[in-house]
Design a protein. Structure first.
Length: 256
C-alpha cells in the first residue's frame, strides 16, 4: 500500500513542477487518464449514494417523530454526477458536414445564402479555428490581426482571466486564414478595425453572432451543438487519437 502511494506521488511530480508544460513533462496515456477519471467518478457516485441514504434515513426518523427536522432539508443538495465519458461529442462526419455546408453555401433560403456568400471565407475560418484549436468563443471573438504569427504558423489566444497561450496551426488552416484575411481587407475597404473576425457591420464579431452561425449550420443535427461543443469535441477526438492529451492547447492550467 505504501509503495503504491509513493508511485502515485512520483507520477504527479511533473505536474506540480510546471503545469503549463504538461505535454513535455509527463505522458498522460489513455490508461492513466481513464484510471483516474473512473476513480473520481466512483468517489463522486459514492458521495451521491451516501447522501441519498442519509436523507432517506432522516426522513424515516422524522416520520417516526424521533427527530424534529431533517438536517438535509436545510440547503444541502445531492451531488450531481455526470460521466464525462458519456458526454456526446461531435463526430468526424458531422465536422465534415459543417465544412461542406460552408463551402457549398447550402443552408437556408436563396436570399439568405446570397447574403452569406460574401462571408464564406470568414465562416470557414471561424469553424476551422473552433475545430482545430478548441478555442473558447469569447477568445475567438477577441482575436486581433497581430495575434496571427504567420511565419511560426501560430495564433496567440487570450483566454479567461487574460491567460495567454499559443496554438500551432497546420498548413491547411493557415491557408484558410490567409484567404479570409484577403477577403476581410476587401470587405473593410480601408475601414479601421483590428479585429480578426468582423461582422456585416464591419465591427468586431460578437459571441452571439458566432453562436448563431453554429446554430445555422447544425440546426438539423440530432444533438444540440454550441461553440463549446467544438471545444469538447476537439479534446475528445485528440484524446482518442493520441497518447498525449494537449491540455495546454485548451488554455487550461492543471493544478494538483
Amino acid at each position: 500500500m505504501d509503495e503504491q502511494r509513493v508511485n502515485e506521488q512520483e507520477l504527479w511530480k511533473p505536474l506540480n513542477a510546471n503545469p503549463r508544460m504538461l505535454d513535455t513533462q509527463v505522458n498522460l496515456t489513455e490508461d492513466f487518464l481513464s484510471e483516474r477519471c473512473c476513480a473520481f467518478l466512483r468517489f463522486a457516485k459514492f458521495c451521491a449514494t451516501t447522501y441519498t441514504a442519509l436523507k432517506s434515513f432522516a426522513d424515516y426518523l422524522l416520520s417516526r417523530k424521533m427527530i424534529s427536522e431533517n438536517p438535509f432539508d436545510c440547503g444541502i443538495k445531492r451531488v450531481s454526477v455526470k460521466d464525462p465519458l458519456k458526454q456526446v461529442a461531435m463526430t468526424a462526419a458531422e465536422l465534415k458536414k459543417v465544412v461542406e455546408r460552408i463551402n457549398d453555401n447550402s443552408i437556408g433560403t436563396k436570399r439568405a445564402n446570397a447574403r452569406r456568400e460574401a462571408w464564406k471565407e470568414r465562416n470557414l475560418a471561424i469553424f476551422t479555428l473552433l475545430m482545430v484549436t478548441g478555442i473558447r468563443v469569447t477568445a475567438l471573438t477577441e482575436l486581433n490581426m497581430e495575434d496571427i504569427l504567420w511565419d511560426q504558423k501560430i495564433i496567440r489566444v487570450t483566454d479567461k482571466r487574460r491567460n495567454t497561450y499559443e496554438c500551432e496551426l497546420d498548413d491547411d488552416s493557415m491557408d484558410i486564414l490567409r484567404n479570409w484575411v484577403v477577403k476581410r481587407a476587401e470587405l473593410l475597404n480601408k475601414r479601421d478595425c483590428n479585429a480578426l473576425f468582423i461582422s456585416n457591420r464591419r465591427t468586431r464579431i460578437t459571441d452571439k453572432s458566432v453562436r448563431d452561425l453554429v446554430k445555422a449550420y447544425t440546426a438539423d443535427f440530432e444533438k444540440h451543438i454550441t461553440p463549446h461543443k467544438f471545444r469538447s469535441t476537439f479534446a475528445t477526438l485528440f484524446y482518442q487519437s493520441v497518447l498525449r492529451f494537449p491540455v495546454h492547447r485548451l488554455g487550461i492550467d492543471i493544478i494538483i
